[in-house]
Write a protein that binds this ligand. Structure first.
Ligand code: FPP
Length: 242
């Protein structure tokens, strides 16, 4: 019997640069191949039972990369939005962006807002793209807005609980990921969804993102179904009553 697959999955798409360098190619060639993988993995989600997919596309730290690489990544984001918008809309995908938009070029911000508006009615799959995203930055921005609302009398400080904090995060509209996958063999979480992934399972795979296939994605989702998630509780097998 197939294992119960997770509905909410997040991916740290790592290793594009290494994939390219190992082949004697410029790093940007790895990012281009990475876009192909994004397309393939997004298309595979509905059949695999994934309802929310969150992809780490550009972190708040990625601005430190060489100017040419940052510009190339921004160009790829523009191309992806332009080329994929119609297919995403027609295939039932609702796209949302998380992260701080302010530092991104105005035209990219407009394209992001346009894609969100165009796909807002879709319900088959929610694709959250983390662009200029950092988990600590997201929490700090949320704290700032909560403090402002408290000062305005719109938020009672004594009523603040975990659900309140979640509702101020960029991800407020989506469920927390049950599983976070990182490619390229690195064993770090790199400031990705630190609040939301507090109880997530992690799968670290050795393949670089350009080599990560939909088939492998499905296998990891199946393996996840065999893991036991306890959320701090104990099970019957451990002497508990569950
Ligand atoms: C990490 O590889 C990857 C990135 C920083 C960029 C991810 C972007 C894409 C896959 C392209 C487009 C995405 C969307 C959503 C359209 P790395 O460069 O850090 O690899 P390295 O660790 O080997 O240097």
């Amino acid at each position: 019997m197939p294992a119960k697959r997770p509905s909410n999955v997040a991916i740290i798409m790592d290793g594009n640069g290494r994939w390219a360098v190992r082949r004697g190619l410029p790093r940007v060639a790895g990012h281009k191949k990475g876009v192909d993988r994004v397309r393939e993995i997004v298309r595979a989600c509905p059949d695999l039972g994934v309802k929310t997919l969150t992809l780490y596309a550009f972190s708040t730290e990625n601005w430190k990369r060489p100017v040419f690489e940052v510009a190339s990544l921004m160009r790829l984001f523009r191309i992806y939005i332009r080329m994929e918008a119609a297919a995403l809309e027609q295939n039932g995908v609702c796209v949302r962006f998380i992260g701080e938009r302010g530092p991104l070029d105005d035209d990219i911000q407009r394209m992001m807002a346009g894609l969100e508006a165009r796909t807002a009615h879709n319900t088959l799959l929610t694709l959250q793209v983390a662009l200029n995203y950092g988990g600590r930055d997201e929490i700090a921005r949320a704290a700032k807005r909560m403090a402002r609302d408290a000062a305005l009398g719109k938020l009672d400080p004594d009523a603040v609980d975990e659900a309140t904090v979640s509702s101020y995060l960029d991800t407020a509209a989506c469920a927390d990921p049950e599983l976070v996958i990182r490619t390229s063999g690195e064993l770090r979480t790199s400031n990705f969804l630190p609040w939301q992934a507090a109880y997530s399972e992690y799968a670290f795979v050795p393949e670089c993102w350009p080599d990560f296939t939909a088939q492998q994605f499905g296998e990891i989702l199946d393996q996840f179904g065999t893991r036991e998630r306890r959320f701090g509780d104990v099970t019957a097998a451990q002497g508990g009553t569950a």
